[in-house]
Ligand binder design. Sequence first.
Ligand code: ARG
Length: 472
Amino acid sequence: MALYGGRFEGKQSPLFRAFNDSLRFDARLIAQDVEGSIAWASALGRAGVLTEQDVFALHAGLRAVLDAAQSEPAAVLASGEEDVHSYVERELIARVGELGKRLHTGRSRNDQVATDLRLWTRGRIAELLDGLCTLRAALVALAERDGQTPLPGYTHVQRGQPVLLGHWALAYFEMLGRDAARLHSALERVNICPLGSGALAGTAYRIDRHALATDLGFTAPSANSLDAVSDRDFVFEVLAASALCSIHLSRLAEDLILYTTSEFGFVTMDDAVTSGSSLMPQKKNPDACELLRAKSGRTLGALVSLATTLKGLPLAYNKDLQEDKEPLFDSTDHLLMCLRMACPVLDTLKVHGARTRAAADDGFSAATDLADYLVRKGVPFRDAHHTAGLLTRRALELGVALHALSLEQMRQAAGPHGTRIEPDIFEALSLEATLSRRDVLGGTAPGRVAAAIVAARAAVDAEHRAMTSARK
Ligand code: ARG
């Protein structure tokens, strides 16, 4: 029996069924649909619509439906039902008989699906936060292992100033921390209960919506029924946070892809996370990172897809909203995989410290420090910058590093400010001096990075403990 027989004389065409039905993807909401239905049965009981025995029987029936579905998921998909809601209802009726037909009293699939999806999204956010925490811990572990190794820092993919590898790793730690904060914040708005909104105008039964919300672990019932059944901004927020997170991962991946080329030679990726070429025997390809880089296209696509579906949609529920699920499932499935995949990439990364140090100490990354040196000797910064440029040009002409110029050569090349250059210039241009001078909050001086690593470790450990105890 279809959910809505009475008004229809004719049968739906198979083409329409295939086009309209959502069971093939919303079947994964079954646990949430049953959870919501159990709470709804209790709410009807409290409202005096159902007796205590009715509620008890419905609860048992609903649990049996879920158990059966979980032990044989293929049977759900093969049932030919329109969606997960009609599937659960039909199975319930098959188990508890006439009573099953009372469950949908005062409820609509519109408030039902909004509730299911919020319950599901809440669980998904928890999984994403867990994945983020683990990945951030992997970044901290990398920083703990190789954090004091010098690395060229780049702007425009041109060597700029040296940094420490720990500083680089913690840059991603920060980005992913904000991603986690965005999901935390989205959770506040996800965790609101639409049930009791009915189809659009609110239910006509005396439902205690506060008790219902509490039953389902929501923080509050939604305030407006039209809004509750028709907005998917909570999905949008999660998709936006997911897209941004995968954009961050794409940048991390791209850095590593560059660093692993023979041209850079900074890192080697483990065999476990790379693949070979079917033709070129020497190849070791950073496929894991390339896919991490690529997935942002998919997550961003999901966000745009939902945004386009919502734009201009009249109140309240429209079937367009059925298109909210696949982008949400797909985007977050893939983001979860990305978060998990990035961990072994980092855990097994081999850093070639001699190579990164040599590249960081190429003699030109200290050009800013040469200018700073002149500033300390009383030269205005603009002149100092110009003078450092003159010396750089001279070194390039001679094909040597800045610090390989002799004091005489430096003084000559520097023109009017040449006399300010003294033997202590060589110490000032050393890699160690360049790094340790960035001794400012947020800077790459070794002490600052060491302290940042300690703080980051404490933060992820605390987060991890909080998550483990929340799960208990
Ligand atoms: N499968 C539908 C969805 O995902 C469930 C809600 C159907 N409501 C309706 N009035 N047709 O949106």
